[in-house]
Design a protein around this ligand. Structure first.
Ligand code: ADP
Length: 630
């Protein structure tokens, strides 16, 4: 495979030293982009990052999931002499990337523990005879002297640290083996290192640069915002009904449901299968075989729904995931950003739903206790709980969390900005009623009480427990008798999430925080949303339907389904993930253009030279048969 004619390949590390070179390479990178990837233009920051690599300028690049990080280093690897070494945390992720590159006609390989001795030898032979442009390896491999010696014996173009946030204690996926990666600059002082990640707060960015010891590095920080994702966060009231309602809106679409624990996965998966929502479970407790099988079936589009713990994800590159449901709250904004980020990597509109409850907070608090970083983790957990319980533009809060401004007046892509959340008109009064009830119950010298007792008092219910403690005598008894118990409970959860109330870890009793006292004094205001009523639900659902129809206007859906089936059968035959063949955006384009000649097929989004040769005939046949029949 020849990428650049020999005379054009200059020295390694930097092939651009003048503006003339830059001009030449500008054309070159566009032609390589079209030739191999079949794309016409770059996404934000891709071009800058590619030039940084070609100029030998070390950089940290933060691009959101689906932002196109891989292309940023894969493309310059083709233009530079030598092999680019990509440090990647997961074997399955490496395999998918290598399959994808090979399918495009780019020589890539990986070295990891899943290879048999023969396969490993063959990769090393190909490396030595300079037949490979990209080599994916795990961070652990760099501990072996044999690996170091092997890498020293071949010309290297540059190193890439993928998922670089794993290097930082401040990050959410810290990995001990990533901590060692500072050795690269020491062992290979003349080779440039480039770091990539999707999620990094300012602290994490700093940590990455320091740990890796990058030389005078540039930072390319893209907006982490994913405008194609619509976020909705709602309290979990009746989980299975809520999930069923969501699934009904996504018939024939791919989605992931994340649960907190393995047992929850098994239960929900079985429950949904019994209700006719065909799905497979995925968690670390399944045996290797079942896990691989389920993951492959999802990747090859033989199944569209997976119920999983977060063990499912990092290795999933399926680009047409149209929805992600969190059946419970994850443990940090980083996790939320990353897990929801698996939806809509192809840039098409996709949906993220989160069902949360105070119980999730307490479960995480308990699970995190064992962590040496408990304080950091607990702070992250509280911020996320606040995000759930304080309705606001979700895109803005996420961007601000990652130290970025969000200047749009409304995102038009979250429950708050779409007007799906009805706000309480007098949140201060409601907040004060509830908080003063908690205050009075506590000042009575009684043991603390939980949310249901507080709600009962406010509602004015004469339960045995209320009479036993004489709570009907309190001045707050019955002051919210005009609303339902569940309404009051909903308000209480929001007050906890926003830090005005705290719940005792052991007995779940409620007490006021300092911030809560300031609400009583009228110095700060809570932000409270009303629970949704049935008529509003209907209205919103209709609005969503219309929006979806607009997004798919002009696409022949029957043809799109046939193209999907063809893609899935090709993927199964070749044991590849379906997206490696074509993404949904390409199939959508085919269902609009309906190309019947190779020339027309070449204009389809994502069709490069190799894909034209390999797939034009098969897909044109599906299209012509379909046109013939209709
Ligand atoms: P990330 O690693 O940042 O999550 P990927 O590298 O997996 O993202 O890219 C996400 C999707 O976007 C892939 O399907 C990829 O082929 C596509 N993509 C990347 N760059 C471009 C581009 N310039 N134009 C169109 N699609 C692109």
């Amino acid at each position: 495979m020849e990428y650049v004619s020999k005379d054009k390949v200059m020295k390694t590390y930097s092939i651009i030293s003048s503006s003339k070179d830059k001009e030449n390479y500008q054309k070159k990178i566009y032609s390589v982009l079209k030739k191999y990837w079949g794309y016409q233009s770059f996404r934000p920051w891709q071009e800058e990052t590619i030039f940084s690599i070609l100029e030998g300028q070390e950089a940290l690049t933060v691009l959101p999931t689906g932002g196109g990080k891989s292309l940023c280093f894969q493309l310059p690897a083709l233009l530079l002499e030598g092999v680019a070494i990509v440090i990647s945390p997961l074997i399955s992720l490496m395999k998918d990337q290598v399959d994808s590159l090979n399918d495009m006609g780019i020589a890539a390989a990986c070295l990891n523990s899943s290879l048999l001795a023969d396969e490993r030898r063959s990769v090393i032979d190909r490396l030595k005879s300079r037949k490979i442009k990209l080599l994916y390896i795990s961070p652990e491999r760099l501990k072996y002297e044999t690996t170091i010696q092997m890498l020293k014996s071949i010309p290297l173009s540059f190193f890439v640290i993928d998922e670089a946030h794993c290097i930082s204690h401040w990050g959410h996926d810290f990995r001990e083996s990533y901590r060692n990666l500072g050795m690269i600059k020491k062992t290979f002082p003349s080779i440039k290192v480039h770091a990539f990640t999707a999620t990094a707060t300012r602290e994490v960015q700093q940590d990455i640069l320091e740990q890796l010891g990058l030389e005078n590095p540039k930072k390319h920080i893209a907006s982490i915002d994913r405008p194609n994702l619509t976020y909705r966060v709602m309290p979990r009231i009746h989980m299975i009904t809520q999930i069923k309602d969501i699934l009904k809106k996504h018939t024939n679409e791919a989605g992931i449901i994340y649960c907190l624990r393995r047992d929850d996965v098994d239960g929900l998966s079985a429950n949904l299968n019994a209700l006719g929502y065909n799905n497979l479970p995925y968690h670390a407790g399944l045996d290797d075989n079942a896990r691989h099988q389920h993951q492959d079936k999802f990747a090859q589009e033989k199944v569209d729904l997976i119920v999983a713990t977060i063990a499912f994800g990092m290795g999933i590159d399926r680009s047409n995931i149209r929805f992600v449901i969190h059946a419970a709250m994850p443990k940090s904004m980083e996790h939320y950003q990353q897990e929801t980020g698996r939806a809509g990597r192809d840039g098409l509109p996709s949906n993220c739903y989160m069902l949360y409850g105070g119980r999730d907070y307490r479960t995480w608090e308990f699970l995190l206790k064992k962590s040496p970083y408990y304080d950091v983790m607990k702070e992250k957990l509280s911020i996320l709980y606040n995000f759930c319980a304080k309705p606001h533009c979700r895109h803005k809060v996420l961007a601000n969390y990652f130290s970025q401004d969000y200047t749009k007046a409304g995102c038009d892509a979250c429950d708050y900005c779409l007007g799906e959340v009805d706000m309480v008109e007098n949140p201060l009064i409601i907040g004060q009623k509830i908080l003063s009830c908690v205050y009075r119950v506590r000042s009575n010298n009684d043991p603390g009480f939980g949310a249901s007792q507080i709600a009962g008092i406010l509602k004015g219910n004469m339960t045995d427990k209320i009479v036993h403690w004489n709570h009907q005598e309190l001045s707050t008894f019955g002051i919210m008798s005009n609303v339902s118990l569940s309404y009051i409970r909903y308000m209480v959860e929001q007050l906890i999430g926003q830090g005005f109330l705290q719940r005792d870890e052991e007995y779940s009793t409620l007490s006021l925080t300092q911030l809560g006292i300031r609400v009583l004094r009228g110095e700060v205001f809570p932000v409270l949303a009303k629970p949704m009523i049935a008529t509003r639900k209907k209205e919103i659902s209709q609005k969503r339907k219309t929006k979806k129809e607009k997004d798919w206007a002009g696409v022949d859906m029957d043809l799109f389904q046939l193209l999907r089936e063809k893609r899935s059968s090709l993927a199964a035959k070749r044991k590849l993930p379906a997206y490696v063949i074509f993404g949904d955006k390409s199939l959508k384009d085919m269902a609009v253009i309906q190309p019947v000649t190779k020339d027309d097929f070449a204009t389809v989004f994502g069709v490069g030279e190799r894909k034209l040769k390999k797939y034009a005939d098969v897909f044109i046949k599906v299209i012509t048969d379909y046109i013939g029949r209709n």
